[in-house]
Write a protein that binds this ligand. Sequence first.
Ligand code: KL2
Length: 531
Amino acid sequence: MFVHPLTAVISCPATYCVWRQWRQPRHSCCKNQLSFFTTRNLFTSFIKLSVLHKSDFQRGLHLFSSLMEHTHKEPPLKRRKSIEEKDSVKAKVTTKQEKESREIGPAWLHNVTAIPPQSGKVQSNLEKTGIKTELRRQWEDLTDMCSCGPQADKRIGVQPFDFSVMCYNVLSQDLLLSNPYLYKHCNPLILDWHYRFSNIIKEFEEHSADIMCLQEVQEDHYTKQIKPSLEYLGYHCEYKRRTGHKLDGCVVAFKHSRFKLLSTHPIEFYRRGIPLLDRDNVGLVVMLQPVKELGLGHICVATTHLLYNPRRGDIKLAQLALLLAEISRVSRLDDGTTCPVVLCGDFNSVPASPLYTFIKDNKLEYAGMPTGKVSGQEENHRGHRFLTVPIWPSSLGISQLCQFEGQSNEPHEEQSKLQSGASSNGFSKPTIEHRLKLASVYSHFLKESGHPEITTCHSRTAMTVDYIFYSPAQKEKSDRTKCSVAQERGLQLLARLALVSEAELREVNGLPNRHYSSDHLPLIARFRLPS
Ligand code: KL2
């Protein structure tokens, strides 16, 4: 049954067994309007979980009841916990200030009461809620948008290469425990790491994407559980942990059967001596070659999780510039063109934000912009500082075209200026630009209802902050002159797994819930690399 030796998995046999119980046939993921609806035998699975993890489970239950007796005591803030302790759920202790601060989030989540866990009644508690917890997500066929029907590829002897990409912030257990006020609407049992891990792996297997870009992957969970499970499913995994004391990081995993790894490029945004880049966020860029279709060239896949702080758009833009510079460098081909790029992740910025507009429109006039406006996470920018020229210091080595100094993809006017001397090096301009042509897989408004799409949702917010960007094939270009770089090769977007509205998430008690174990939804797209 096991095709690979499972030495590493042996360290977590219980969770692995639960996950194996839930194995189901693969979905064919590119059918027009195919309804994606999952069924899980939660009862059996949960019983298994409670039996197999008896000690963890009892410890969890014991903690709840004991803590619940002390609900008036203030909990120590961000108490350092042992990893084992962190994996079990803590009952949430409510202080007056915390209660007040919670009232900021979507009103509909405040009325939902978590069910107090009681020994022996765990499953019935989960079942008794009567709250629907599964979302209906449709696969949307987009082939008419990119004129890529069966006849579209005519190069004799070379088949087009179709592949799927998932982008998913899986919510690290450490961050879940550090920000308990975001999960106050949840039954504490569903926040247990073992429970969440089983659900997350199940989702990976159901969607079976050829490439997975993950964020908030906690290093110990990655090493002991996530990586061995993904390897068992046929994936090669690359990991970059955040710098400093942060426990989580980004993963790019891809199926051995579909891609070969050409190179991997982890990026740390932290730069010693540059105050603007004093945060621990990271990115990960890999170059992949489709196997079996060697004539198709390479693709560049990048992922990141940008800084959360809604007030520090200046830092987010500098982190993004570093990532774009690395993508430009790595994806550059010998003839000066760029191979197709997939850039996805959690950008902690909404679709109406200047940061998002910068990615899509290649240019941003930033001078005088409040730093809190850059990501659009918050409405109120009072008291924020303003972006000044230059946006990042020249000592960073990144030009205002988001390229490493000295690297030029084109005989561009700006580049010749850059080389002609310090006074005209572009750093006096109030704008930044980049030379990658990127489109978004999602349109950010639902096709049927026109309501905003939601990618993340918890007690405080419901918005889009996750994206899959890609280099669109020439056919999809509406404005061919917009990007002056010759970028002949691109991807055709075939399909995407539709997102949902805030109202639909409201019906399933928000995120995470019994079925979806992160406070984000996975984004999934299917692309064609034309022949
Ligand atoms: O918004 V996120 O969740 O993309 O899902 O990215 C950050 C936040 C993540 C990494 O820093 O941790 C969450 N309030 C709300 N969420 C926070 C906070 C906070 N103060 N700090 C971190 N996160």
